[in-house]
Design a protein around this ligand. Structure first.
Ligand SMILES: Nc1cc(-c2ccc3ccn(Cc4ccc(CN5CCCC5)cc4)c3c2)n[nH]1
Length: 234
């Protein structure tokens, strides 16, 4: 199946990067098709206005609902369709996780709505919820200037899980956060040269003793997780 990805933004150029690297390959072999749209194409005033002051006061500007509604009509359609997944990156969203990426990797159509300023008029999200399957997602507890970078991160996490996308799918199965793997951080990785600037690869990894190697890696993951992510160990 081909996944169709649409991006709505006042900076559609952010998504030119999707034509290169791994994602570009997915586009070439027809696994995904990518369409970026300039929200201002659905404005009608000379200044192509997309924002206005917040009702109720407060700092900054809010994105007007009108251009979003017209863009939805043009890009997605005016009939409800729960098979279309509409993603609003937002600091107030639910945390985006590997399991969410896993679920989204089976969806045929995803539309990313990338806000700017202080955010989008809430009626846009409420309207979208009456029409499609909506996800308000946060990348983490920090504030970006808009949704574009979050959309790119979510895209990469999702597209790499599409069957047939990654060259060696077994590496996906081994990753931490992937289903079946306890939520442990990855053990340290090494490759040749065995000795580099006075530092040697741990001997156990050169022993060819797979049982001991697995044990060493598990121990390293446990130590690292306990040290850096105690929240994952409970
Ligand atoms: N995980 C993650 C996601 C984002 C993200 C996603 C979309 C947008 C659209 C606009 N912004 C900038 C931005 C600046 C300030 C506030 C906080 N204000 C406080 C009072 C009203 C709002 C919110 C939003 C985004 C940020 N950031 N981080």
């Amino acid at each position: 199946m081909t996944m169709r990805l649409d991006y709505l933004s006042i900076f559609p150029g952010y998504f030119d990067v999707l034509d290169i690297s791994l994602l570009g390959k997915a586009v070439d072999n027809g696994l995904v098709e990518v369409h970026a749209h300039d929200l201002r194409d659905w404005t009608h005033d000379r200044h192509r206005t997309v924002d206005d002051t917040p009702c109720g006061g407060g700092a900054g500007m809010v994105m007007k609902p009108d251009p979003w509604g017209e863009a939805f009509d043009g890009i997605i359609g005016i009939e409800p369709d729960p098979s279309v997944h509409v993603i609003f990156p937002t600091p107030s969203g639910i945390p985006f996780t590997q399991s969410a990426a896993q679920e989204l990797s089976t969806v045929e159509r995803v539309v990313f709505c990338c806000g700017r300023y202080e955010g989008i008029d809430h009626r846009v999200i409420d309207y979208a919820r009456t029409m499609w399957t909506v996800h308000e997602l946060s990348l983490g507890d920090y504030v970006l200037n808009g949704g574009e970078v979050a959309a790119l991160a979510i895209t990469e996490a999702v597209v790499r899980l599409i069957p047939g996308f990654m060259g060696n799918p077994e590496s996906l199965a081994e990753e931490s956060f992937s289903p079946g793997q306890e939520r442990l951080l990855e053990y340290p990785l090494f490759t040749r040269p065995v000795s580099w600037r006075g530092m040697d690869v741990p001997e156990v990894l050169m022993s060819g003793h797979h049982g001991r190697i697995a044990e060493w890696r598990r121990e390293e993951s446990l130590l690292l997780t306990r040290d850096r992510r105690p929240d994952l160990t409970d």
